[in-house]
Design a protein around this ligand. Sequence first.
Ligand code: SAJ
Length: 410
Amino acid sequence: MKVCVVGLGYIGLPTALMMASHGVDVIGVDYSEKVVSELQSGQLTFEEDGLEETFQSALDAGIEFQKDYPKADLYVVAVPTPYDKDTKKIDAGYVVSAVNSVLDVCDPGAIVVIESTISPGTVDRYVRPAVEDRGFEIGRDVHLVHAPERIIPGNMINELVHNNRTIGADSDEIAEKVKKVYQSFCEGSIAITDIRTAEMTKVVENTFRDINIAYANELAKICRMAGMDVYEVIKIANCHPRVNILSPGPGVGGHCISVDPWFLVGDYPELAHIIRQARTINDSMPEFVLNRTYEIMKANGIEDVSRVGFYGLTYKENVDDVRESPTLQLLESMERHLCANANSVKVYDPYIADDVVSGQMHDLRDFFNSVDVVVVMVGHDEIKENEDLLKDKIVLDTRKCLSHTEAESL
Ligand code: SAJ
């Protein structure tokens, strides 16, 4: 079976490499000339644990990368699904356009597996009509499947192998065919269901995590008011066999957990109360951290924001992704409070080489030397390994990632 993976980003590339290194005949397609030529020349486009080794073995197995869609038996679509921040609705444009490009080249009977996260109902609302408008009969000329990705940045390769998966299809026969391809590398169990259930399940999983984090964040605020240590409270509560509260933090970023719950709010505004509330709580955290920063500055007689540095720009530890980053939201908020003064604040992240905000520095020691207050927004391994450099600093550790006993927390 020949497989074409469309979209060689954070999900498509590891998936294509994993399939190829497990004996599947794979062609990776991306609309970006740069991505294709870098991969063709043996250069990875982003960092991820274990990706380099998988890349090598996929190259040895003969994986190819190109811009044009080839003929294949099965297409895996892993393109971005942006959403409209005002309407809270998904923009299925990239998915529909990828499916259209498949239809331009595929033979009758091809299978199109959408891996991109899509809001419940997207296939019925946007994909089926697009296919039918082209005169294709679904279930005969082309088969549609939704197999949502579940891998977590930072542990993708391991999770590709060990996570359980879901395959939503119109028929068991097609689902079984797709299952066989995924079983080439996936050791987890694979549930088969219909497409709408698969769409809903994926969004529900991310929403569950968002609500759990919101609970932890709300507890952090309550414990601060009550003068208690939220981490101690959560640690002890989690010793209960049926309690598992996640960790509070400076906010929920990334393109998944901070976005997907809005699909349910957007489609069911009268019903999605907890879901909306959780989003609101998590979105309030950058501002909460900013207020904690001002409190700490005041308590230490510091008025000048240029003496404050924010460590970490990415949405979480050890990744290079700044989408929906809590630090960026905090800096925007600071800009609104302080106007031009906010520009003098210092920012540093070892994973971000380009300047994405003003005041960004690129050397850890220079960064620490230039400030008195360090607000740790992301628990990259780097800061944990360099804790000794913080010993004379006033530290706000929003992730509780340091052993620095003097550090302030949320
Ligand atoms: N965070 C907290 N407290 C926690 C855990 C996370 O504040 O206890 C924050 C992180 O710092 C980050 C955000 O939440 O800003 C999201 O990070 P994450 O590590 O929880 O998740 P993602 O967005 O990297 O990946 C999620 C995963 N979904 C679930 O665990 C249910 C992953 O399995 C999905 O494949 C991915 O979304 C996706 O692509 O949908």
